[in-house]
Design a protein around this ligand. Structure first.
Ligand SMILES: NC(=O)C1=CN([C@@H]2O[C@H](COP(=O)(O)OP(=O)(O)OC[C@H]3O[C@@H](n4cnc5c(N)ncnc54)[C@H](O)[C@@H]3O)[C@@H](O)[C@H]2O)C=CC1
Ligand SMILES: O=C(O)[C@@H]1CCC=N1
Length: 264
């Protein structure tokens, strides 16, 4: 596979880190393109990696074109590369929030295979949850996107109309889970732990809770039932959190995020 990432900012950088650190992705070349390449200078010596500001050159020398720019930058980059795109050679994989496959096809043409993808920043450590959707010709090439993103976490193919919801749950979700971890860390400090220990306790417990569900496939309440001793401290804490609106505030936050994303 010859891969290009156009727009190596927060997410593009995380994807590049993930590709470079996973041996399941066999790439012949990885072109990394951004406007100011100063921050990527140290990557210049990595075998098969090419750093450039020339998007068209990156496209000419690649097959899978991952576009990771801000929504407002998308049209200009598509206009820059459209003459170099060939439907028999290229697949566009856009991770741009809120921009539909149809909007990309309007600029590059309907024949170009287009895959819309929504990973999250945990892709840099091979633990992304990545949702994918595609146009007609993109669907034929979906395996290449799955090869990349399955090596960097898990993937789910979804209808494109669910992509905004997936963005909130999975991409913004990283920030939401970070806040929950931070809050439990703050609680642990208040209860007597040093900050470093508090974070370790919180993070490992979070990982343990997620791992229990991954391994068992159980509903969270089944695992909660195992922890909540009758009249015990867990149910006391849990009920107080719910009286204060824990589940309700999380759901309202997700819905607010979803409403905002539809305006982007
Ligand atoms: N940060 C995140 O967790 C996630 C971001 N996204 C989406 O991914 C996209 C990128 O987000 P970020 O990485 O956070 O943005 P960013 O602003 O950090 O990165 C964008 C990069 O593209 C470069 N760029 C802009 N125009 C260019 C051009 N014409 N040619 C080459 N490079 C160009 C910029 O210099 C910058 O390095 C956005 O659409 C965002 O909504 C999606 C999922 C998660
Ligand atoms: O906050 C945002 O708008 C972008 C989309 C998902 C993650 N970051």
């Amino acid at each position: 596979m010859k891969i290009a990432i156009l727009g190596v900012g927060n997410l593009g950088y995380s994807i590049a880190l993930g590709i470079l650190s996973q041996d399941q992705i066999e790439y012949e070349s990885l072109y990394l393109s951004k406007r100011n390449i100063e921050s990527l200078k140290s990557w210049d010596n990595i075998p098969k990696v090419r750093i450039t500001t020339d998007n068209a050159k990156a496209v000419r020398n690649s097959e899978k074109i991952i576009i990771a720019v801000q929504p407002s930058q998308l049209n200009s980059i598509l206009n820059e590369i459209k003459e170099d795109l060939n439907p028999k050679k290229h697949t566009i994989i856009s991770v741009v929030t809120g921009r539909k496959i149809e909007q990309i096809a309007e600029i590059v043409g309907k024949d170009i295979p287009i895959i819309r993808s929504m990973p999250n920043t945990a892709i840099s450590v091979g633990q992304s949850m990545t949702c994918l959707s595609a146009n007609g010709s993109g669907k034929k090439n979906i395996e290449c996107a799955k090869t990349i993103f399955n090596a960097l976490g898990k993937t789910l193919f979804i209808e494109e109309e669910l992509m905004q919801a997936a963005t909130v749950i999975c991409a913004s979700g990283i920030a939401f889970w970070m806040r929950l971890i931070r809050a439990t860390t703050q609680g642990a400090v208040q209860l007597g732990f040093d900050a470093d220990e508090a974070q370790e306790l919180s993070v490992q417990t979070c990982l343990g809770a997620a791992s229990l569900l991954v391994k068992s496939g159980n509903h969270p309440e089944k695992e909660i039932d195992k922890v909540t001793t009758p009249s015990g401290c867990t149910i006391e804490g849990l009920n107080e959190m719910e009286h204060q609106g824990l589940s309700s505030s999380l759901i309202k936050g997700l819905v607010a995020s979803f409403e905002k994303i539809n305006q982007i």
